[in-house]
Design a protein around this ligand. Structure first.
Ligand code: NAD
Length: 456
């Protein structure tokens, strides 16, 4: 079945229909209409998967996708135009341009944590750029996977866009096929499997992976505002956000005030009985829940720490000064657990920041402009925010992605179009003049040839 689907997408792409910008635009509009019509049902599906609050599903899934769609529909004609470049003197007379070209059939694999947005947002870029696509939503968010499948089936013929549902076995079968582009969002571990499979066919990839995102609160930061913005970015989606602050490094003069402000903020957000709050999600899988529970073993808990096996509920939890070698500081937490570690000197801060691979996100709360600039320039990371968390994802003009072990490539807005397009270079030579200096037998003195660098 997968092989047939792949063949049908090859045949469809070969018809060149997707090269027509109006064709792309018409389908993007149909997708937009269907998502608008099904927005409530999509939120219900995500709620059924892990009790994600409706506000969060709208704000971080459907509305983000609809914004991307609107932007693509408005701009795809312009993005699709060839871009003229300054011609080279050596080619005189000529005109020269970059022609964006779709790769062909794209495979898009998505995780469970923002199950709708992370499947559909890359699709918008793939379609705007003129590709066909096969989507593989996560099997761990089955209700969302099912509604994505039904929307796609309603809007697109399968030879243009199709959904293949299933787990590792299905992913493995898909990865055995030859794709012209693979866009993967998920763990670093599975990212390596995808990269290896892509290498077999020299398929270009985007890998949107995870990491251990630091959040620094220095001695000059406004602590109460920092606490509000950190608690929001950490506990939205119950901490299951790839760009959530993973751990806090706070200057020791601010620690006590920050902890008190965080406690007050969590209570202000979710009330005294957080389990009863309609605004706090659950952990998606039992396996991940057990991993989070294990991370709390033997830790000093400053706030929270309650878990419920039946509901897969982990309370927003503040952990005090964990050992660097403890499980909570080993890998990405990906849940509502927030370790708080104090530092005294900047040397100590830098030492701690250097412990991990390049993170997906980086956060700094500080009023010191020079320090802000220094840290932004000094550390490699996918994207970051000064004096807030997570919000760098909201600007479609900023490419969203990781670096090193947190990923390859960035998307959103026009960056998505560029990502899914090959930039084809074209030179059109005039025929009314043909300077013969380049042809053998070579007659130009060598000292002139050494000046060619000024012409290219
Ligand atoms: P995952 O890597 O387990 O799964 C992602 C996809 O890969 C799923 O569709 C799954 O079916 C498939 N898959 C799983 N195991 C596979 C295997 N052995 N072979 C082939 N395919 C396989 O990720 P997840 O648990 O669903 O998501 C959580 C991870 O994703 C976290 O690490 C998080 O940081 C990361 N993430 C990154 C971003 C980003 O934009 N950079 C966004 C969300 C999540």
């Amino acid at each position: 079945m997968i092989q047939q689907l792949v063949q049908s997408q090859n045949a469809f792409f070969a018809t060149q229909q997707t090269k027509d910008i109006q064709f792309r635009k018409a389908y993007l509009k149909r997708l937009q209409q269907e998502i608008l019509a099904q927005e409530d049902a999509i939120c219900d599906a995500i709620y059924a998967d892990f009790k994600k609050p409706r506000f969060e599903s709208l704000a971080t899934e459907t509305q983000l996708v609809l914004a991307e769609l609107k932007h693509a529909i408005q701009n795809v004609e312009e993005w699709g135009r060839p871009t003229p470049v300054v011609p080279s003197w050596t080619n005189f007379p000529s005109s020269e341009w970059i022609q964006p070209e779709p790769y062909g059939k794209a495979l898009i694999m998505a995780p469970w944590n923002y199950p709708f947005m992370l499947t559909i947002a890359p699709l918008i870029g793939a379609l705007a750029a003129g590709n066909t696509a096969v989507l593989k939503p996560s099997e761990l968010s089955p209700h969302t996977s099912a509604i994505i499948a039904s929307i796609i089936q309603k809007v697109f013929p399968p030879e243009y866009v199709a959904v293949v549902e299933g787990g590792v076995e299905v992913s493995t079968q898909l990865l055995a096929e030859k794709w012209e582009y693979i866009f993967f969002t998920g763990s670093t571990q599975v990212g390596k499997i995808v990269y290896k499979a892509a290498a077999e066919h020299l398929t270009p990839v985007t890998l949107e992976l995870g990491g251990k995102n630091p959040c620094i609160v220095d001695g000059s930061a406004n602590v109460s505002l920092a606490a509000k913005r950190i608690a929001w970015g950490k506990f939205i989606n119950a901490g299951q956000t790839c760009i959530a602050p993973d751990y806090i490094l706070v200057h020791n003069t601010q620690k006590e005030a920050l902890v008190e402000a965080l406690k007050a903020q969590i209570t202000a957000f979710y009330g005294q009985n957080i389990k009863q709050s309609a605004d706090f999600a659950r952990i998606t899988t039992a396996k991940h829940y057990q991993g989070l529970k294990a991370m709390l073993q033997g830790q000093q808990i400053l706030f929270g720490g309650t878990c419920d096996d039946d509901e897969l509920y982990v309370e927003p939890t503040l952990v005090d000064e964990p050992d660097w070698g403890s499980p909570v500081m080993q890998g990405e937490i990906f849940g509502p657990i927030l370790p708080i570690i104090s530092y005294e000197t900047e040397d100590e801060l830098h030492q701690n920041l250097s412990r991990y691979e390049k993170p997906l996100a980086f956060y700094l709360f500080s009023k010191r402009k020079k320090f802000q600039k220094q840290l932004m320039a000094q550390y490699p990371f996918g994207g970051g925010t000064i004096n807030d968390t997570v919000v760098h994802i909201s600007n479609k003009n900023l490419p969203f992605g990781g670096v090193g072990s947190s990923g390859i490539g960035g998307y959103h807005g026009k960056h998505s179009f560029d990502l899914f397009s090959h930039s084809k270079s074209v030179v059109r030579r005039g025929t009314w003049l043909d300077v013969s200096l380049r042809y053998a037998p070579y007659r130009i003195p060598i000292r002139w040839v050494k000046k060619f660098k000024h012409l290219f």
